[in-house]
Design a protein around this ligand. Structure first.
Ligand code: ZN
Length: 240
């Protein structure tokens, strides 16, 4: 084991475990999706390109610095082509510890429809734990433009649909927790599909969203987005 791998062993292990789980639950297919974890102030552990997520191993994980320079890689591995997208998020969101980009089928359906329904207050837990799922414009995968499409939403919230592509989520607690929250969002999307099949989606009213905001504050949790950026949950959902 390389000295850097030794130093960041626990973070790399957490990333491998989460990456394999992401593959097993079918949120990515083939070589799709990518994950990163902030291992240190200037060290990011990130998944490699062209390795199936469910087969990921400790030595496959690449270590880069915030400039994107490779600090460690196995001889036959290269960091994901979306490395600059991950570094853009970690740079603009110093609170974020883990970032996942994936293609969960139901959420990706909402992205294909450019639906803004998931930005509405529908179920309490996703409101408390993640916040609204906003939409980012389409851009070609593995391009500098893709990283830029996130700029309008990156400070406001923790998860955004990438139109005609998939979803990206970041979280301040680590990569394992980021995946748990992504699973919560896919379940939300499933429930919304059922609600639509039943006729319509009813929103949680503003005074009840205000109560959820009080719960967030009383639990000492951060509001969605860059800490300090959003003044209130109601403003975020109702834009007043
Ligand atoms: Zn993708």
């Amino acid at each position: 084991m390389n000295t850097l791998q030794q130093k960041y062993k626990s973070q790399i292990e957490e990333l491998v475990k989460t990456t394999r789980r992401l593959g097993k639950i079918g949120y990515v297919t083939s070589f799709g999706g990518n994950l990163s974890i902030r291992a240190d102030e200037d060290v990011v552990a990130i998944t490699p390109t062209k390795v199936a997520k469910r087969k990921m191993k400790f030595d496959d994980i690449v270590l880069v610095n915030m400039k994107g320079e490779v600090l460690y890689t196995a001889p036959n591995r290269k960091p994901t082509g979306e490395t600059s997208m991950h570094l853009n998020i970690l740079n603009k969101r110093p609170d974020a510890k883990g970032v996942i980009h994936a293609h969960p089928p139901i959420l990706t359906g909402f992205a294909a429809a450019h639906s803004q329904l998931l930005a509405r207050p529908i179920l309490p837990e996703p409101i408390i734990e993640v916040g609204p799922i906003l939409n980012a414009e389409y851009a070609e995968p593995v391009s500098e433009d893709l990283a830029k499409t996130f700029n309008p939403v990156i400070l406001k919230t923790n998860a955004w649909l990438m139109n005609n592509h998939g979803i990206t989520i970041c979280n301040c607690e680590g990569i394992g927790r980021t995946l748990e929250l992504l699973e919560m969002l896919e379940a939300l999307a499933q429930s919304v599909v059922v609600a639509l099949a039943c006729g319509k989606v009813e929103e949680i009213p503003k005074d009840e969203v205000k109560k959820l905001e009080n719960t967030i504050i009383s639990r000492g949790l951060p509001l969605p987005g860059l800490p300090g950026y959003n003044k209130s949950l109601c403003t975020l959902y109702f834009d007043d």
